[in-house]
Design a protein around this ligand. Structure first.
Ligand code: NAD
Length: 347
């Protein structure tokens, strides 16, 4: 007996996701996810929230990121293994699920490696939109790996970025990023040091992968009025900024109980004041106070951003039909006769 429609779970494969992105347009898709994140951050209190559940090994981390509101439940499985690229594997891969709260049935299973890059870029641009100095047009992007192009395109689409200045310890990564960004209307400058990359930049994005307390930006590199998006410090013992920068910055985070464990602020006392970004978006807390202030978005990635991205993909999957029906849920004719269904399969 074939499974009924209600038991077939739509699956968005990597190929489907790429087709969806091309149908919608990359910048438009990132913008749509950014709008969904802002909408969900405005109703922050309606979500169940918990720091993600992490399993650490000497080489990396595997994390489970759940959240729910009264309608939907979502989780993402994601890894972070900085040395993977040496073996031809990615640092970050992910997949996830959106489910219906009333029945508990999954609505969508999706690849989320690409989707994580889209939503992380959308989140960075939302933070910069609310925190960066007025008229910021130039970004230094340090770390030119898998996330880098997405970060640049999101900033261009949402914040009006005109120039991106690239630096990576691996010149091949910078060359790849510069080539990929050519012809998109962004001025791209490849630099041979982090110091050179930050020249003239109002926005500094650090997006490196290294499992250590790294110093991608030292204190003397950050001048008054800059906005920093620190993306790559997202795990205990894995940070990117000199501690002194944190003491000079107004710090904005996603969900403080998680960021205290994983973010740049793991370097600070546990009562150091931070503002959750949703409060700025909802208008209940101030963002940037003046043109001289250094603002820091201490990004680690939070489950609500994946929830927002998954509900955008759920809508687009229905609109485009770009899914594969997965026989994921057992579906006996009599819901209480699971055993009978199994035994009938013998014949
Ligand atoms: P990646 O491995 O593809 O790229 C990382 C790049 O950083 C590499 O090109 C590497 O050469 C470069 N790098 C390492 N050390 C450097 C240094 N000292 N100076 C300059 N460049 C350096 O990784 P990715 O997928 O692009 O992810 C980048 C980081 O972002 C990772 O640490 C990842 O865990 C993190 N991340 C965060 C979020 C979030 O929501 N905050 C989401 C996704 C990924």
């Amino acid at each position: 007996m074939p499974p009924s429609d209600k038991a077939l779970v739509p699956f968005v494969s990597v190929d489907h996701m790429m087709q969806i992105v091309h149908r919608v347009g990359l910048a438009q898709m990132i913008t749509r996810i950014a709008e969904a994140i802002e909408e969900d951050f405005r109703r922050w209190d309606s979500f169940d929230k918990t720091p993600r559940v992490a399993a650490h090994s000497p080489l990396g981390v595997i994390e489970l990121m759940p959240t729910a509101n009264d309608r939907h439940y979502a989780f993402k499985y994601v890894n972070g293994h900085p040395k993977n690229t040496v073996d031809g594997l990615q640092t970050v891969t992910a997949f996830g699920l959106l489910a219906d709260m009333d029945s508990g049935y999954p609505l969508l299973l999706s690849e989320m490696t690409l989707l994580t890059a889209l939503r992380t870029a959308a989140m960075s641009a939302v933070a910069a939109k609310h925190l960066a100095p007025t008229g910021a047009k130039t970004m230094a992007l340090i770390g030119n790996g898998a996330q880098a192009e997405f970060q640049s395109i999101a900033m261009q689409a949402i914040c009006g970025l005109e120039t991106v200045r690239l630096y990576d310890t691996d010149p091949q990564a910078t060359a790849k990023c510069a080539a990929n960004l050519a012809g998109r209307g962004l001025a791209v400058v490849a630099c041979d040091s982090a110091e050179a990359a930050i020249e003239g930049a109002e926005i500094l994005t650090t997006c490196t992968a290294d499992k250590q307390y790294a110093t991608i930006l030292s204190d003397n590199m950050v001048g008054g009025g800059m906005h920093i998006n620190a993306i790559g410090g997202d795990c205990p013992g894995k940070t990117e900024l000199a501690r002194a920068i944190l003491h000079r910055s107004a710090i904005f985070v996603e969900y403080s109980p998680q960021t205290r464990i994983e973010g740049e602020i793991q370097q600070l006392d546990s009562d150091h004041p931070v503002t959750e970004l949703w409060q700025v978006i909802a208008g209940t807390a101030r963002g940037r106070r003046d043109a001289r202030e250094i603002t820091l978005f201490d990004s680690v990635g939070f489950a609500i951003e994946d929830f927002s991205a998954l509900r955008v993909v759920h809508d687009l999957a229905r609109e485009t039909g770009l899914t594969l029906p997965l026989d994921l849920l057992a579906d006996p004719d009599d819901p209480r006769d699971l055993y009978g269904m199994l035994m009938r399969a013998a014949g």
